[in-house]
Design a protein around this ligand. Structure first.
Ligand code: ATP
Ligand code: MG
Length: 385
């Protein structure tokens, strides 16, 4: 079991390959945009079509959930796909996701499924404003979302949504979920792995900060036991229900001491990138271990760590690399506005040291490209002092 085929040829497949190589795992990636199997680090190296990729692989997995159902079925037919196509499809459709949460009795935001204008009007009546409308399919990085704060905006939002639904290029009919806005204190996520023996290893929950709807910073520090237990319970319920194998991520809204699930991602996750420097075994290695039937690696936090996304930039000042406890991971992507180009992991021996390093970074990084780092560093300084 050492030949892995990843559906998707982006940064997640790249980082899986980088993490699996020391274990002699051989990873290839299926680029859905060109319909070809490629090398995950050097996309110019091509290996042929999906069917031959499937035949040559021992195990097939996925780096994203918006994969055509035909491709998923083709992979599942080989008996090699982990996690299952059911789990991947649930992560790609908010309607299925919500029914999974309901069936597991897991707390989440009050919501309604919308298929037509009547549902839309009913949802506005039954949920309290503000309401957030999310496309059931194709949503990522805050795209395909509408926020209704005042009833006067309702019809123009409907017109916009109707157009979006009509223009959907999905193999499954598009739809909308209306969700009550949650007045959360913070957003956190749990990333963990489950293997085919049913063993589970989760990382400490991570605090996530968004800028313009996109994750900008994740923070991993020691977590209150009760909160970690709550997240673990949700993780095990969902992972067991899906008979899940691989890494699974769950995003939460924290309100007081309670966690409400926002969404799940059946894959390695941006909010788990810090594990590359903050843990013995990173999420990418643990995902491969889980799907290849290997023992799961240690997921304990070994040092407080923060991850900063590099968006739309293809360089940062060299002084960043010169800082001890700082690592840069580039994705070898062409520069595009707002695109996830890489990330910076920052570690401290303790929380104060991490806060100090973030303050130092905030002085070095371009404030236009890293809008909120200064504010984030100041917030963390206040918290650890
Ligand atoms: P990503 O790909 O970054 O995870 P996404 O497009 O899948 O994003 P969500 O995670 O559902 O979408 O929403 C993006 C952000 O919008 C959330 O991280 C949160 O900040 C805000 N948001 C979403 N739903 C709600 C809600 N019900 N109440 C309050 N804020 C919300
Ligand atoms: Mg999200």
């Amino acid at each position: 079991m050492n030949k892995v085929l990843v559906l998707g040829a982006g940064q997640l497949a790249r980082m899986m390959d980088l993490a699996g190589t020391p274990l002699n795992l051989n990873t290839k990636a299926f680029d859905v945009r060109i319909d070809e199997v490629v090398h995950p680090l050097v996309n110019e190296y091509k290996f042929g079509d999906l069917q031959s990729g499937i035949e040559q692989a021992d195990v097939i997995t996925s780096e994203f959930e918006h994969i055509s159902h035909d491709v998923l079925e083709q992979c599942e037919a080989s008996g090699k796909l982990l996690p299952t196509s059911t789990a991947i499809k649930i992560g790609g459709d908010r309607r299925l996701e919500k029914s999974l949460l309901e069936s597991c009795n897991v707390a989440n935001a009050k919501h309604k499924v919308i298929a037509n204008h009547e549902d839309f009007t009913n949802a506005i009546e039954q949920l309290q404003l503000p309401i957030i409308f999310k496309s059931a399919l194709e949503g990522y990085d805050g795209k395909g979302q509408w926020r209704l704060k005042d009833i006067s905006q309702a019809e123009s939002i409907w017109t916009d949504m109707e157009e979006f639904v009509a223009g959907a290029k999905t193999s499954v009919p598009q739809g909308i979920i209306a969700e009550q806005m949650v007045p959360f204190d913070r957003e956190v996520s749990i990333v963990g792995a489950r293997n085919s023996k049913g063993e589970i290893a989760v990382y400490p929950i991570t605090e996530n900060h968004h800028t313009n709807g996109v994750l900008s910073v994740s923070l991993a520090m020691p977590v209150p036991t009760k909160l970690q237990e709550q997240a673990f319970e949700v993780f095990s319920k969902l992972a067991e229900k899906l008979d899940y194998v691989g890494v699974l991520a769950i995003e939460f809204f924290q309100v007081g001491d309670t966690l409400l699930v926002n969404e799940i991602a059946p894959r390695v996750h941006n909010s788990g990138h810090w594990t590359q420097q903050g843990c013995d075994t990173c999420q990418f290695e643990n995902h491969l271990r889980a799907i290849c039937g290997l023992p799961l690696g240690n997921t304990e936090l070994i040092r407080p760590t923060a991850m900063i996304n590099i968006l739309g930039q293809d360089s940062v000042p060299e002084a960043v690399l010169a800082m001890p406890g700082v690592a840069i991971h580039w994705y070898n992507k062409e520069k595009r506005n707002g695109r996830k180009m890489g990330h910076i992991n920052v570690c401290g021996n303790n929380e104060q040291e991490l806060a100090d390093k973030l303050s130092q970074l905030a002085e070095i990084l371009d404030p236009l490209a890293f809008e909120d780092i200064k504010e984030f560093a100041t917030m963390l300084q206040a918290r650890v002092n």
